[in-house]
Design a protein around this ligand. Structure first.
Ligand code: DGL
Length: 265
């Protein structure tokens, strides 16, 4: 059994820079905690890989976090969560592992003021997330209350990963994939991939001012709850540090991670 300590860091993991959208919420809620953010940009995108490959990549990152004495691991990636969370929790039973799932539940509970007419909810995520059992079960539990429309957006991961939020190229890509929902509007959008909050403004420009839902805040709250339960919250009153690491050797995504951490979104 590992000896987890309150002063040890929280590891936050993503296939690339997307998990920064979750790291921001964690740091906002738990400013005294040290966080280690690791983006596996060398192997991104995960969403187009096989489930077994994503499980393998995620597992080896968790082993690395344990070497770094992490007291909790946040899979700040819906794709890695779908592929690996269950298996990792079975393997590391005493480690706090927080996952991300598309925020379909709050989107279904939202009051759209449609007088009983089911809302049309667009769920944007990776191909892997949308084909896995975890999401299919979630969607089927909600189907009697809302119309759930799945939209894979692999190009969007690549664009965010290369720092192209707000670009002409991103606008063109989104115009193409969102065209059907301009004609037949949706009532809300679930950003079911942690890269996508960095494209929220671009999506909004096309779909208009509908409510957006993502899992970042909920994951941060769940992390706080679990740390508290295990007496692992750092209560020393110090200011938490953030360490950024990335598997890509180019340095581009490392710089982008730091930029996105403080960007306006
Ligand atoms: N950020 C990831 C997610 O939340 C996956 C992006 C990718 O690598 O395909 O699903």
């Amino acid at each position: 059994m590992e000896d987890y300590k309150a002063e040890n860091p929280i590891a936050v993991f993503d296939s690339g820079v997307g998990g920064i959208s979750v790291l921001r919420e964690i740091h906002r809620l738990l400013p005294g905690e040290d966080c280690l953010f690791f983006g596996d940009s060398k192997n991104a995108p995960y969403g187009e890989k096989s489930t077994d490959k994503v499980l393998e990549l995620t597992s080896s990152c968790v082993d690395y976090f344990l070497e770094k004495k992490a007291k909790a691991v946040v899979l700040a990636c819906n794709t890695a969560t779908s592929a690996a969370a269950k298996k990792l929790r079975e393997k590391y039973q005493d480690l706090i592992i927080i996952g991300l799932e598309p925020a379909v539940k709050p989107a279904v509970l939202w009051d759209y003021k449609k007088g009983g007419v089911p809302a049309r909810i667009l769920v944007m995520a990776t191909e892997l997330t949308l084909r896995e059992k975890k999401f299919l079960n979630l969607a089927s539990r909600c189907r009697d209350k809302a119309e759930i429309i799945s939209l894979p957006a692999p190009g969007l991961v690549r664009l965010v990963e290369s720092g192209k939020s707000g670009s002409e190229e991103m606008a063109e890509y989104l115009e193409e994939i969102l065209a059907p929902y301009k004609e037949n509007p949706v009532d809300s959008v679930v950003l079911g991939c942690t890269h996508f909050p960095f494209a929220r403004a671009d999506i909004k420009r096309i779909l208009g001012d509908v409510p957006f839902f993502d899992g970042a805040e909920g994951a941060a709250r769940q992390l706080k709850r679990r740390l508290k339960e295990e007496n692992l919250l750092d209560l020393s009153g110090k200011k938490g540090t953030i360490t950024f690491e990335n598997s890509s050797e180019s340095g581009v995504q490392l710089a982008l991670s730091k930029e996105l951490f403080s960007a306006e979104i």
